[in-house]
Design a protein around this ligand. Sequence first.
Ligand SMILES: [Zn+2]
Ligand SMILES: [Zn+2]
Length: 428
Amino acid sequence: MRFLCGIVVCFFSLSLCAQKVSVGLFLDIPVKAATFAVQSGSYAIIVDDTLLVAAIDRGASMQLSHNSSGLRLRISGDNMGVFSSVKAVGMGDEGVFSLTCTNPMSPSHSYAQHAFIRSADDGSGLLIVNQLDEDFYLSGVVEAETGCSARPEFFKTQAILSRTYLYAHFNRHAKNGFNLCDGVHCQAYKGLLTRCRRIRTAVDETEGTIVIDTKKRPITPSFHANCGGQTSHSENVWREKLPYLRSVKDDYCKQQPGARWQKRIALSEWRDYMSRNGIRVKSAKQLELAQPSRKKYYEVGGKKVELTKIRQRFGLRSTFFDVRVAGNEVVLTGKGYGHGVGMCQEGAIQMAERGLKCEDILQRYYKNTGIVSFNQARSTLAMQQDSMLFLFNPWRNETPDTTMFIDSTISTVSADSIGQQALIQDVH
Ligand SMILES: [Zn+2]
Ligand SMILES: [Zn+2]
Protein backbone atom coordinates (compact mmCIF):
# COMPACT_ATOMS: atom_id res chain seq x y z
CA MET A 1 0.00 0.00 0.00
CA ARG A 2 2.91 2.31 0.67
CA PHE A 3 4.09 1.50 -2.87
CA LEU A 4 0.71 2.40 -4.32
CA CYS A 5 0.72 5.67 -2.48
CA GLY A 6 4.19 6.51 -3.78
CA ILE A 7 3.01 6.01 -7.34
CA VAL A 8 0.01 8.25 -6.76
CA VAL A 9 2.16 11.01 -5.31
CA CYS A 10 4.68 10.86 -8.15
CA PHE A 11 1.97 10.69 -10.77
CA PHE A 12 0.36 13.90 -9.71
CA SER A 13 3.44 15.98 -9.25
CA LEU A 14 7.03 15.90 -10.36
CA SER A 15 7.83 18.18 -7.44
CA LEU A 16 8.16 15.01 -5.36
CA CYS A 17 11.64 14.97 -6.78
CA ALA A 18 12.56 18.14 -4.90
CA GLN A 19 14.78 17.58 -1.89
CA LYS A 20 12.70 16.69 1.14
CA VAL A 21 13.45 17.71 4.72
CA SER A 22 12.02 15.87 7.73
CA VAL A 23 11.57 18.14 10.73
CA GLY A 24 10.88 16.82 14.24
CA LEU A 25 8.24 19.04 15.89
CA PHE A 26 7.68 20.01 19.53
CA LEU A 27 10.66 18.03 20.83
CA ASP A 28 10.90 20.13 23.95
CA ILE A 29 7.50 19.02 25.25
CA PRO A 30 6.17 15.48 25.77
CA VAL A 31 3.15 15.59 23.46
CA LYS A 32 0.43 13.29 24.81
CA ALA A 33 -2.27 14.32 22.35
CA ALA A 34 -2.50 16.36 19.17
CA THR A 35 -5.01 17.29 16.49
CA PHE A 36 -4.21 17.25 12.78
CA ALA A 37 -6.70 19.15 10.59
CA VAL A 38 -6.71 19.38 6.80
CA GLN A 39 -6.62 23.01 5.61
CA SER A 40 -6.22 22.35 1.88
CA GLY A 41 -5.77 19.38 -0.43
CA SER A 42 -6.51 15.73 0.36
CA TYR A 43 -4.62 13.38 2.63
CA ALA A 44 -4.24 9.60 2.50
CA ILE A 45 -4.06 8.10 5.99
CA ILE A 46 -1.70 5.15 6.33
CA VAL A 47 -1.51 3.20 9.59
CA ASP A 48 1.29 0.70 10.24
CA ASP A 49 2.10 0.83 6.50
CA THR A 50 -1.48 -0.05 5.46
CA LEU A 51 -3.83 2.37 3.75
CA LEU A 52 -6.66 3.10 6.17
CA VAL A 53 -8.48 5.96 4.44
CA ALA A 54 -7.85 6.88 0.81
CA ALA A 55 -8.57 10.57 1.25
CA ILE A 56 -9.65 13.00 3.92
CA ASP A 57 -10.33 16.54 2.78
CA ARG A 58 -10.54 20.09 4.03
CA GLY A 59 -12.43 20.26 7.30
CA ALA A 60 -11.60 16.68 8.34
CA SER A 61 -9.36 16.11 11.31
CA MET A 62 -7.47 13.37 13.16
CA GLN A 63 -7.16 13.22 16.92
CA LEU A 64 -4.04 11.39 18.04
CA SER A 65 -3.25 10.40 21.59
CA HIS A 66 -0.44 8.43 23.15
CA ASN A 67 -0.90 5.58 25.63
CA SER A 68 1.13 2.61 26.80
CA SER A 69 -0.08 0.35 23.98
CA GLY A 70 0.56 2.79 21.17
CA LEU A 71 -1.08 5.57 19.33
CA ARG A 72 -4.86 5.93 19.44
CA LEU A 73 -6.36 7.45 16.30
CA ARG A 74 -9.75 9.06 15.83
CA ILE A 75 -10.82 10.59 12.54
CA SER A 76 -13.37 13.36 12.93
CA GLY A 77 -14.39 11.81 16.25
CA ASP A 78 -14.65 8.15 15.09
CA ASN A 79 -12.37 5.70 16.87
CA MET A 80 -10.12 3.95 14.32
CA GLY A 81 -7.99 1.91 16.73
CA VAL A 82 -4.51 1.82 18.23
CA PHE A 83 -1.46 1.72 15.96
CA SER A 84 2.32 2.02 15.98
CA SER A 85 2.47 4.73 13.37
CA VAL A 86 0.21 7.05 11.41
CA LYS A 87 1.19 8.78 8.19
CA ALA A 88 -0.81 11.59 6.62
CA VAL A 89 0.40 11.86 3.03
CA GLY A 90 -0.64 14.90 1.03
CA MET A 91 -1.98 13.72 -2.32
CA GLY A 92 -0.02 15.04 -5.27
CA ASP A 93 2.73 16.04 -2.84
CA GLU A 94 0.54 18.94 -1.86
CA GLY A 95 -1.75 19.79 1.02
CA VAL A 96 -1.60 22.03 4.05
CA PHE A 97 -2.59 20.95 7.54
CA SER A 98 -2.75 22.55 10.96
CA LEU A 99 -1.30 20.87 13.98
CA THR A 100 -2.30 21.63 17.54
CA CYS A 101 -0.95 19.96 20.65
CA THR A 102 -3.97 19.43 22.88
CA ASN A 103 -2.07 17.86 25.80
CA PRO A 104 -0.26 19.97 26.76
CA MET A 105 -1.97 22.82 24.92
CA SER A 106 0.13 24.76 22.42
CA PRO A 107 -0.59 27.31 19.68
CA SER A 108 -1.66 25.90 16.34
CA HIS A 109 0.62 26.18 13.29
CA SER A 110 0.14 25.38 9.62
CA TYR A 111 2.46 22.99 7.81
CA ALA A 112 2.95 21.98 4.18
CA GLN A 113 2.81 18.46 2.78
CA HIS A 114 3.20 15.40 5.00
CA ALA A 115 3.06 14.33 8.66
CA PHE A 116 4.42 11.13 10.21
CA ILE A 117 3.49 10.28 13.78
CA ARG A 118 4.66 7.50 16.10
CA SER A 119 5.65 7.03 19.73
CA ALA A 120 8.75 8.90 20.78
CA ASP A 121 11.82 6.71 21.34
CA ASP A 122 11.77 7.35 25.07
CA GLY A 123 8.06 6.46 25.30
CA SER A 124 7.18 9.86 26.72
CA GLY A 125 4.64 10.84 24.07
CA LEU A 126 4.17 11.36 20.35
CA LEU A 127 6.92 11.99 17.86
CA ILE A 128 5.51 14.19 15.08
CA VAL A 129 7.57 14.72 11.93
CA ASN A 130 6.71 17.14 9.14
CA GLN A 131 8.23 16.07 5.82
CA LEU A 132 8.28 18.80 3.20
CA ASP A 133 10.20 20.30 0.29
CA GLU A 134 13.40 22.09 1.19
CA ASP A 135 12.15 25.42 -0.19
CA PHE A 136 9.01 25.35 1.98
CA TYR A 137 11.16 24.54 5.00
CA LEU A 138 13.68 27.32 4.34
CA SER A 139 10.91 29.87 3.73
CA GLY A 140 9.39 28.96 7.10
CA VAL A 141 12.73 29.19 8.89
CA VAL A 142 13.54 32.60 7.39
CA GLU A 143 10.11 34.01 8.23
CA ALA A 144 10.28 32.66 11.80
CA GLU A 145 13.55 34.52 12.21
CA THR A 146 12.92 37.77 10.33
CA GLY A 147 9.22 38.46 9.70
CA CYS A 148 8.13 39.54 6.25
CA SER A 149 8.82 43.27 5.85
CA ALA A 150 12.51 43.56 4.86
CA ARG A 151 14.04 43.99 1.39
CA PRO A 152 14.58 41.01 -0.94
CA GLU A 153 18.38 41.15 -0.69
CA PHE A 154 18.17 40.71 3.09
CA PHE A 155 15.86 37.72 2.69
CA LYS A 156 18.28 36.24 0.15
CA THR A 157 21.06 36.59 2.72
CA GLN A 158 19.02 34.84 5.41
CA ALA A 159 17.95 32.13 2.97
CA ILE A 160 21.59 31.36 2.09
CA LEU A 161 22.55 31.22 5.77
CA SER A 162 19.64 28.93 6.67
CA ARG A 163 20.46 26.65 3.73
CA THR A 164 24.13 26.56 4.73
CA TYR A 165 23.07 25.37 8.17
CA LEU A 166 20.62 22.84 6.73
CA TYR A 167 23.15 21.26 4.36
CA ALA A 168 25.87 21.11 7.00
CA HIS A 169 23.61 19.47 9.58
CA PHE A 170 21.23 17.53 7.39
CA ASN A 171 21.55 14.32 9.37
CA ARG A 172 21.90 15.90 12.79
CA HIS A 173 18.88 13.98 14.10
CA ALA A 174 19.29 10.89 11.91
CA LYS A 175 19.32 8.67 14.99
CA ASN A 176 15.91 10.13 15.93
CA GLY A 177 14.44 9.38 12.50
CA PHE A 178 14.38 12.88 11.03
CA ASN A 179 16.80 15.53 9.78
CA LEU A 180 16.49 18.60 11.99
CA CYS A 181 14.34 19.64 14.93
CA ASP A 182 12.16 22.76 14.97
CA GLY A 183 13.84 24.43 17.96
CA VAL A 184 16.90 26.65 18.35
CA HIS A 185 18.98 23.49 18.82
CA CYS A 186 18.80 23.38 15.00
CA GLN A 187 16.86 26.22 13.33
CA ALA A 188 13.63 27.68 14.71
CA TYR A 189 10.75 26.55 12.48
CA LYS A 190 7.06 27.27 13.09
CA GLY A 191 5.58 25.95 9.87
CA LEU A 192 4.35 28.08 6.99
CA LEU A 193 3.44 31.24 8.99
CA THR A 194 2.15 33.86 6.52
CA ARG A 195 3.84 32.22 3.49
CA CYS A 196 5.59 35.52 2.79
CA ARG A 197 5.96 35.89 -0.97
CA ARG A 198 9.20 37.90 -0.80
CA ILE A 199 10.83 35.19 1.26
CA ARG A 200 9.68 32.40 -1.03
CA THR A 201 11.10 34.32 -4.00
CA ALA A 202 14.40 34.85 -2.15
CA VAL A 203 14.62 31.11 -1.42
CA ASP A 204 13.95 30.29 -5.09
CA GLU A 205 16.46 32.84 -6.40
CA THR A 206 19.24 31.49 -4.18
CA GLU A 207 18.47 27.83 -4.82
CA GLY A 208 21.38 25.60 -3.83
CA THR A 209 23.57 28.50 -2.69
CA ILE A 210 25.62 28.14 0.51
CA VAL A 211 28.60 29.88 2.16
CA ILE A 212 31.89 27.98 2.60
CA ASP A 213 35.18 28.78 4.32
CA THR A 214 38.70 28.59 2.90
CA LYS A 215 38.81 24.85 3.62
CA LYS A 216 35.65 24.38 1.58
CA ARG A 217 33.50 23.61 4.61
CA PRO A 218 30.08 25.16 5.12
CA ILE A 219 30.45 27.99 7.61
CA THR A 220 28.77 28.23 10.99
CA PRO A 221 26.23 30.89 9.96
CA SER A 222 25.94 32.76 13.26
CA PHE A 223 23.85 35.90 13.38
CA HIS A 224 22.28 38.18 15.96
CA ALA A 225 19.86 41.11 16.10
CA ASN A 226 22.19 44.12 16.45
CA CYS A 227 25.96 44.34 17.02
CA GLY A 228 25.92 47.88 18.43
CA GLY A 229 28.52 49.08 15.91
CA GLN A 230 31.04 46.26 16.16
CA THR A 231 30.67 42.49 15.89
CA SER A 232 32.51 40.01 18.16
CA HIS A 233 35.31 37.57 17.50
CA SER A 234 33.86 34.07 17.84
CA GLU A 235 36.38 33.12 20.55
CA ASN A 236 35.21 36.04 22.72
CA VAL A 237 31.79 34.39 22.97
CA TRP A 238 32.44 30.68 22.38
CA ARG A 239 35.61 28.63 22.74
CA GLU A 240 36.24 28.15 19.06
CA LYS A 241 38.20 30.67 17.01
CA LEU A 242 36.81 30.62 13.50
CA PRO A 243 38.73 32.53 10.82
CA TYR A 244 35.60 33.94 9.20
CA LEU A 245 33.86 35.04 12.41
CA ARG A 246 36.03 38.10 12.99
CA SER A 247 35.11 41.37 14.64
CA VAL A 248 34.11 44.02 12.10
CA LYS A 249 32.93 47.62 12.50
CA ASP A 250 29.35 48.30 11.50
CA ASP A 251 27.82 51.76 11.08
CA TYR A 252 24.63 50.47 9.46
CA CYS A 253 22.92 49.32 12.64
CA LYS A 254 23.72 52.21 14.97
CA GLN A 255 20.36 54.01 14.60
CA GLN A 256 18.27 50.85 14.71
CA PRO A 257 15.98 49.63 17.52
CA GLY A 258 18.46 47.18 19.04
CA ALA A 259 21.41 49.59 19.06
CA ARG A 260 21.10 51.00 22.60
CA TRP A 261 20.01 49.78 25.99
CA GLN A 262 20.38 50.74 29.62
CA LYS A 263 19.95 48.78 32.82
CA ARG A 264 20.29 49.77 36.49
CA ILE A 265 21.42 47.22 39.04
CA ALA A 266 21.78 47.69 42.80
CA LEU A 267 25.39 48.51 43.60
CA SER A 268 25.40 45.97 46.44
CA GLU A 269 24.28 43.18 44.09
CA TRP A 270 26.89 44.09 41.48
CA ARG A 271 29.60 44.41 44.09
CA ASP A 272 28.71 41.09 45.72
CA TYR A 273 28.74 39.28 42.38
CA MET A 274 32.12 40.73 41.44
CA SER A 275 33.50 39.92 44.88
CA ARG A 276 32.44 36.29 44.50
CA ASN A 277 34.33 36.28 41.19
CA GLY A 278 37.54 37.65 42.69
CA ILE A 279 37.07 41.37 42.03
CA ARG A 280 37.19 43.16 45.39
CA VAL A 281 37.39 46.95 45.48
CA LYS A 282 37.82 49.60 48.18
CA SER A 283 36.02 52.28 46.23
CA ALA A 284 32.85 51.66 44.21
CA LYS A 285 34.25 53.94 41.50
CA GLN A 286 36.79 51.24 40.71
CA LEU A 287 33.91 49.15 39.34
CA GLU A 288 33.38 51.55 36.44
CA LEU A 289 34.15 50.32 32.94
CA ALA A 290 34.50 52.06 29.59
CA GLN A 291 34.14 49.89 26.51
CA PRO A 292 34.58 52.07 23.39
CA SER A 293 35.33 48.89 21.45
CA ARG A 294 34.40 45.33 22.38
CA LYS A 295 36.34 43.61 25.15
CA LYS A 296 36.31 39.99 26.27
CA TYR A 297 36.66 40.68 29.99
CA TYR A 298 35.42 43.03 32.69
CA GLU A 299 38.76 43.75 34.32
CA VAL A 300 39.50 45.58 37.58
CA GLY A 301 42.91 45.68 39.29
CA GLY A 302 44.29 42.72 37.35
CA LYS A 303 41.26 40.52 38.14
CA LYS A 304 38.81 39.72 35.39
CA VAL A 305 35.44 38.11 34.66
CA GLU A 306 34.23 37.10 31.20
CA LEU A 307 31.65 39.56 29.91
CA THR A 308 29.60 36.66 28.54
CA LYS A 309 29.28 35.31 32.08
CA ILE A 310 28.11 38.70 33.37
CA ARG A 311 25.65 39.00 30.51
CA GLN A 312 24.12 35.64 31.36
CA ARG A 313 23.97 36.31 35.11
CA PHE A 314 22.22 39.68 34.79
CA GLY A 315 20.18 38.92 31.67
CA LEU A 316 21.81 41.70 29.65
CA ARG A 317 21.07 42.36 26.00
CA SER A 318 24.76 42.28 25.07
CA THR A 319 28.31 42.21 26.43
CA PHE A 320 29.06 45.61 24.83
CA PHE A 321 28.36 48.00 27.74
CA ASP A 322 29.90 50.69 29.96
CA VAL A 323 29.51 50.69 33.72
CA ARG A 324 28.96 53.87 35.76
CA VAL A 325 28.28 54.12 39.48
CA ALA A 326 25.38 56.44 40.44
CA GLY A 327 24.50 56.49 44.13
CA ASN A 328 23.32 53.06 45.22
CA GLU A 329 23.21 51.72 41.69
CA VAL A 330 25.43 50.79 38.79
CA VAL A 331 24.15 52.06 35.46
CA LEU A 332 24.97 49.85 32.50
CA THR A 333 24.79 51.68 29.18
CA GLY A 334 24.93 49.14 26.43
CA LYS A 335 25.12 48.74 22.67
CA GLY A 336 23.63 45.96 20.56
CA TYR A 337 21.33 42.99 21.11
CA GLY A 338 22.53 39.41 21.00
CA HIS A 339 25.89 37.62 21.12
CA GLY A 340 27.43 39.83 18.44
CA VAL A 341 29.03 37.05 16.36
CA GLY A 342 28.59 36.91 12.57
CA MET A 343 25.89 38.81 10.72
CA CYS A 344 24.19 41.76 12.41
CA GLN A 345 20.60 41.48 11.20
CA GLU A 346 19.64 45.13 11.67
CA GLY A 347 22.86 46.17 9.91
CA ALA A 348 22.15 43.72 7.08
CA ILE A 349 18.57 45.03 6.74
CA GLN A 350 19.93 48.57 6.37
CA MET A 351 22.54 47.47 3.82
CA ALA A 352 19.73 45.92 1.78
CA GLU A 353 17.66 49.14 2.16
CA ARG A 354 20.55 51.09 0.66
CA GLY A 355 20.78 48.86 -2.38
CA LEU A 356 23.62 46.53 -1.42
CA LYS A 357 23.44 42.93 -2.67
CA CYS A 358 23.33 39.78 -0.58
CA GLU A 359 26.90 38.95 -1.65
CA ASP A 360 28.06 42.33 -0.25
CA ILE A 361 26.25 41.66 3.03
CA LEU A 362 27.65 38.16 3.44
CA GLN A 363 31.19 39.19 2.64
CA ARG A 364 31.04 42.05 5.10
CA TYR A 365 30.13 39.84 8.06
CA TYR A 366 31.86 36.56 7.10
CA LYS A 367 35.49 37.10 6.16
CA ASN A 368 37.37 35.03 3.56
CA THR A 369 34.37 32.97 2.58
CA GLY A 370 32.96 31.82 -0.73
CA ILE A 371 29.35 31.85 -1.87
CA VAL A 372 28.91 28.75 -4.00
CA SER A 373 26.36 26.53 -5.63
CA PHE A 374 26.17 23.32 -3.62
CA ASN A 375 25.39 21.30 -6.73
CA GLN A 376 28.43 22.59 -8.54
CA ALA A 377 30.87 22.50 -5.66
CA ARG A 378 29.86 19.42 -3.68
CA SER A 379 32.40 17.07 -5.25
CA THR A 380 35.10 19.21 -3.64
CA LEU A 381 33.35 20.23 -0.44
CA ALA A 382 34.63 18.97 2.90
CA MET A 383 31.63 18.14 5.03
CA GLN A 384 31.10 16.13 8.14
CA GLN A 385 29.21 12.88 8.48
CA ASP A 386 25.87 14.46 9.26
CA SER A 387 25.90 16.74 6.25
CA MET A 388 23.85 16.52 3.10
CA LEU A 389 26.88 15.47 1.06
CA PHE A 390 26.32 11.98 2.43
CA LEU A 391 22.72 11.93 1.32
CA PHE A 392 23.15 11.73 -2.40
CA ASN A 393 19.96 12.55 -4.22
CA PRO A 394 19.98 11.79 -7.94
CA TRP A 395 17.11 14.17 -8.63
CA ARG A 396 19.21 17.16 -7.65
CA ASN A 397 22.04 16.18 -9.97
CA GLU A 398 20.95 18.58 -12.69
CA THR A 399 22.78 21.17 -14.72
CA PRO A 400 25.07 23.01 -12.26
CA ASP A 401 23.98 26.44 -11.16
CA THR A 402 26.18 29.42 -11.81
CA THR A 403 28.71 29.98 -9.08
CA MET A 404 28.11 33.44 -7.66
CA PHE A 405 31.53 33.87 -6.16
CA ILE A 406 34.45 31.69 -5.20
CA ASP A 407 37.27 33.21 -3.18
CA SER A 408 40.48 32.68 -5.11
CA THR A 409 42.23 31.59 -1.93
CA ILE A 410 40.00 28.52 -1.68
CA SER A 411 42.08 25.67 -3.00
CA THR A 412 42.70 23.21 -0.21
CA VAL A 413 40.29 20.41 0.48
CA SER A 414 40.31 19.44 4.13
CA ALA A 415 38.80 16.45 5.81
CA ASP A 416 38.48 18.40 9.05
CA SER A 417 35.04 18.30 10.54
CA ILE A 418 33.33 21.43 11.63
CA GLY A 419 32.32 21.77 15.24
CA GLN A 420 28.77 21.25 16.33
CA GLN A 421 27.26 24.63 16.99
CA ALA A 422 24.32 24.27 19.27
CA LEU A 423 23.62 27.98 19.57
CA ILE A 424 23.71 29.91 16.34
CA GLN A 425 20.89 32.30 16.97
CA ASP A 426 20.65 34.68 19.86
CA VAL A 427 18.21 37.34 19.01
CA HIS A 428 15.48 37.49 21.58
ZN1 LIG B 1 17.94 19.92 16.72
ZN1 LIG C 1 25.57 45.96 13.52
